[in-house]
Design a protein around this ligand. Structure first.
Ligand code: ZN
Ligand code: ZN
Length: 252
């Protein structure tokens, strides 16, 4: 076994997503109980049926930055809506957020050829606000894993190994294994996330962590294995909240 402890969960849904069932307060409570140092609230972008209006993402400023010793990151799981990699939240809102995920979801993007799916992800990675791609191992959207992993590594962006993929996206293991192997090979960055849709799943990342370790991914590549690593990443990504972050500071 390994001794890596994940200190943050960077992909969590609140009741605002429409098919998730816990409030912000419930999520923070569980995160605190489990000893997490940060949690990112990443509700689905507006194109997903039942997801919040874009105003939801413009008003996350009312949430505290920290509660019960858990840093609350304001984020979105944006939907890629075409092969050009367009996402369903305008720049104005993306600019307010601490973390922006983009991903392919069936209601918003019809699975296409391997080449077109890959193109859509590569184009989304070119969006300066997008920090990473969620569940790229999803077999519903076959991709050229090597091209994606190399592109993400070159741009210093994240790919996710999504713990829920092993439960809700059947057949994801092969794709996730290949992506993890390539991330290790190309020295890319990875986030190991729960994609919790209910509070009790917050911080449940055992399967994705095991896969990462088995694939030879080092702790320095796992962005949520260390709060300093995470904040440095978000600073480098130009996120306003972290722009003045310096190692060792508690306030920023
Ligand atoms: Zn969802
Ligand atoms: Zn999600």
């Amino acid at each position: 076994m390994n001794n890596i402890k994940l200190v943050a969960d960077l992909h969590v849904h609140t009741i605002s997503s429409g098919h998730a069932y816990s409030t912000v307060a419930e999520i923070i409570e569980v995160a605190a109980q489990k000893g997490l140092e940060a949690v990112a609230l990443t509700d689905h972008g507006p194109a997903m049926p039942g997801a919040p209006h874009r105003y939801h993402f413009g008003h996350l400023c009312v949430l505290p930055e920290k509660e019960k010793n858990v840093e609350i990151l304001r984020g979105v799981e944006a939907n890629i809506i075409d092969k050009d990699g367009s996402i369903d939240l305008p720049e104005y809102y993306l600019n307010l957020l601490d973390i922006v995920w983009a991903g392919l979801h069936i209601p918003c993007f019809q699975p296409a050829t391997r080449s077109l799916n890959t193109k859509a992800l590569l184009n989304a990675l070119d969006n300066p606000y997008v920090d990473g791609i969620v569940h790229p191992g999803n077999p519903e959207f076959p991709i050229d894993e090597s091209t994606l992993v190399q592109a993400a590594a070159e741009k210093g962006k994240l790919l996710e190994i999504n713990n829920s993929s092993f439960v809700v996206r059947r057949g994801s293991r092969t794709g996730c294994q290949e992506i993890a192997r390539l991330i290790s090979h190309y020295h890319g960055l990875v986030a190991l996330n729960s994609d919790a849709h209910v509070a009790r799943d917050v911080g449940c990342n055992e399967k994705s962590l095991l896969l990462a370790v088995e694939s030879g991914i080092s702790p320095g590549q796992i962005i949520n294995s260390d709060l300093h690593l995470l904040k440095e990443f978000l600073k480098k990504r130009g996120k306003k909240r972290f722009i003045n972050y310096k190692a060792g500071e508690t306030a920023y």
